[in-house]
Design a protein around this ligand. Structure first.
Ligand SMILES: Nc1ncnc2c1ncn2[C@@H]1O[C@H](COP(=O)(O)OP(=O)(O)O)[C@@H](O)[C@H]1O
Ligand SMILES: [Mg+2]
Length: 355
């Protein structure tokens, strides 16, 4: 019998609008010969709404103004139902698997994954613990270090510690790292709350900016580098794509250069065979070390001064817009969007059978 995929998109996150564009791509690429599709959006204030509108309205954000109904997922593991409010009643709509297309907080960070696990619902992508670890750059950095993966030097600061003694935090950065530094919220994405700081005088504003997003901040030595990314597709044996390069339109790959200005992707990256193989192997190593399943995009720097590869971060629900690196890297290997999405959904079912 044909299975039903429930795509949950959006989310209460600074990356809400990016997630809408990713969702449109995912929904459009689910093969309707194999699956029926239901769509439920989560607004940026956290309302769960069942909707049936075309994907163009999801992508541009106008889906909330269409005929949506309040909805929720039953946490009861003995049957997977969407409970939709209709004329004072609750309508039960069954489904088989969830594809969460939510970036950042409340979606990519283990929260929805924990809920779906409790409800016994198969879902696409990394599990709860892996999602939470990969979302938090301080924990990701620790696990990478424990596995001997090269990274920029970093320090972690808690908001309370900073508020008590900001001068000491600035002093530690100046003594233990090298300028320029990058100041980032531990939990974030799409470069929201991230600043590049040339010297100690810019640190206070950068800390404020990052603490507005999260109570924990990571400060890293800035690497003068090329930025490259590798996609991993899980399954019985996870496979790494080739490597793509980001050529940022701005000073660094900030929100504007990701989604507004004209940053370029170069696939495959013109970095030579040795770097390519090193990065693919590292991507698989980190995917395994962080217990990833299904999918992840692993991001690296190649130092322009030393030629060394540095791990930057990992994204467990990578961008899936039509111009995103993750689908493009697999397209280069001959895999269409439909094949990629189909493979991710099959992996979700297989994993739930293994549990
Ligand atoms: N240590 C670093 N050295 C050089 N550039 C960095 C460093 N950390 C971050 N950046 C720049 O900032 C961008 C966003 O940082 P990143 O850690 O990837 O956060 P996000 O999760 O928001 O994408 C990177 O793509 C890169 O351009
Ligand atoms: Mg990034």
């Amino acid at each position: 019998m044909k299975k039903t995929v429930l795509v949950i998109f959006g989310g209460k996150s600074s990356e809400y609008s990016v997630a809408l564009r990713s969702a449109a791509y995912v929904i459009d690429n689910i093969d309707r010969h194999d699956y029926d599709v239901l769509t439920m959006g989560v607004t940026d204030t956290g309302n769960w709404l069942y909707c049936t509108c075309p994907t163009s309205k999801i992508a541009d954000g106008s889906w909330v103004d269409t005929d949506c109904s309040r909805a929720m997922i039953s946490p009861d593991p003995n049957g997977h139902y969407l409970l939709v409010e209709s004329d004072e009643e609750l309508m039960r709509i069954p489904f088989d698997v969830v594809f969460p297309v939510m970036h950042g907080r409340n979606g990519e960070d283990g929260t929805i994954q924990g809920f779906l696990t409790m409800a016994g619902i198969p879902f696409v992508g990394c599990g709860m613990t892996s999602s939470a670890l990969c979302m938090d750059k301080a924990f990701t950095n620790l696990i990478a270090r424990a596995n001997g993966v090269n990274e920029a030097d970093w320090l972690v600061f808690k908001k309370g510690e900073y508020e008590k003694d900001p001068e000491n935090c600035v002093k530690r950065v100046t003594e233990e790292l090298e300028y320029p530094v990058f100041v980032k919220p531990a939990i974030g994405g799409s470069s929201v709350g991230i600043s590049k700081v040339a010297d100690g005088s810019g640190l206070a504003a950068a800390f404020e900016n990052a603490f507005a997003e999260d109570g924990k901040v990571v400060v890293e030595t800035g690497i003068n580098a090329r930025e490259v990314e590798c996609a991993v597709l899980g399954g019985a044996v996870p496979r790494a794509s080739g490597v793509g390069e980001i050529v940022a339109a701005d000073e660094f790959y900030d929100y504007n250069s990701k989604y507004v200005a004209d940053s370029k992707l170069s696939i495959p990256a013109d970095i030579g065979e040795e770097h390519t193989q090193e990065i693919r192997a590292l991507a698989l190593k980190l995917f395994d070390a962080l217990d990833c399943e299904g999918m992840a995009r692993v991001d690296f720097f190649i130092g322009k001064d030393d030629g060394k590869v540095y791990f930057n971060e990992i994204n467990t629900i990578p961008g899936f817009t039509s111009i995103s690196m993750y689908p493009k890297l697999f397209a280069k290997t001959g895999m269409s969007g439909q094949e990629l999405i189909g493979s991710l959904i099959r992996t979700a079912f297989r994993r739930s059978n293994e549990r």
